[in-house]
Design a protein around this ligand. Structure first.
Ligand code: NAP
Length: 279
């Protein structure tokens, strides 16, 4: 019998997983580039994680995306962890290497920056301070990426102040922590304003912070992408900000994994957005 090449498999693991847009995204790219391969959503409980990770390469998987609740715990199961994943304390992209080692990376911060470059190309890191709402896992990835590109100052406010203080002690002195009740003050002179809380997401309360200090012409971006136009972005736009929605971050964070697994750098363009929005 001839040995046919194996069809590469990739996928996303999480618990739950049904809401994930990643299968629609990777499925679109596989079809667009005529690649023989599959991308599969897999609901894996924390109790089954270690065993599943051992089995997946044997089943023909070349890598996977990792989402809630496994993004942090997966680091302990990986053999090689990139610097940025270690700094963030979480991974979203795994590569199952030919030598049997599991390589873990975090592409959220790079996805955030690529989205900003695509939709607010005039923004430069040196333009001024950044104001960021939230101090969760996504905030950590975004802050690490902002420090890497050289922003001068990152003002941060979180409902649970302690979480913001921990970020400051982990990620450095460029961070200035504000009280959640004074979060509106961070906007004065800020060139970039980011919502990294889950507020504004469908089914969650709105982000209700005073935006009167938002500078006209500042860039405002939301990590939430359901809905695309969050109440925060709507108000920021009405105050003259240049807005960037969160869908592009999702698309761009997926590109490096796709490239490593299927040997093709996918394009993030309007057709990609439309494919994911229509799914
Ligand atoms: P997380 O670790 O659970 O953090 C949630 C954040 O939201 C925390 O700062 C939390 O504050 C805040 N928050 C939640 N409910 C709140 C409330 N009622 N009032 C005030 N603050 C509240 O989540 P995450 O992973 O950082 O994700 C945050 C958001 O970004 C989610 O909506 C996620 O879908 C989105 N996201 C988008 C992308 C993308 O590609 N566009 C990527 C990653 C994440 P406390 O610390 O006080 O609880």
């Amino acid at each position: 019998m001839t040995d046919l090449p194996r069809i590469p498999l990739a996928g996303v693991i999480g618990h739950p997983i049904a809401h994930s847009r990643s299968p629609a995204l990777h499925g679109f790219w596989l079809k667009r580039y005529g690649i023989k391969g599959h991308y599969i959503p897999m609901d894996i409980t924390p109790a089954d994680l270690a065993e599943a990770l051992k089995m997946l390469p044997k089943l023909g998987f070349v890598g996977i995306n990792v989402t809630i609740p496994h993004k942090e715990t997966i680091l302990k199961l990986a053999d090689v962890v990139t610097d940025r994943a270690a700094l963030i304390g979480a991974a979203n992209t795994l590569i199952f290497r030919k030598d049997g080692k599991i390589h873990a990376d975090n592409t959220d911060g790079a996805g955030f920056m690529a989205n900003l470059r695509q939709h607010a190309p005039h923004w430069q890191p040196a333009d001024g301070p950044v104001a960021l709402f939230g101090a969760g896992g996504a905030a950590r990835a975004v802050i690490a990426a902002l420090i890497e590109v050289g922003v001068p100052e990152i003002r941060i406010a979180n409902r649970t102040r302690l979480r913001a203080e921990v970020l400051r002690s982990d990620l450095g002195a460029k961070l200035v922590v504000y009280d959640w009740v004074h979060a509106g003050d961070m906007l004065e002179g800020a060139a970039l304003v980011i919502n990294s809380t889950s507020l504004g997401m469908t089914g969650k309360p709105d982000l209700r912070l005073p935006l009167h200090a938002l500078e006209r012409g500042a860039v405002a971006t939301d990590l939430v992408y359901t809905p695309l136009m969050t109440p925060f972005l709507t108000e920021a736009k009405s105050r003259g900000a240049h807005i960037v929605d969160g869908l592009g971050m999702l698309l761009h964070q997926a590109a490096p994994g796709f490239e490593r697994w299927f040997n093709h750098r996918p394009e993030v363009d309007d057709a990609t957005r439309a494919a994911v929005l229509g799914a």
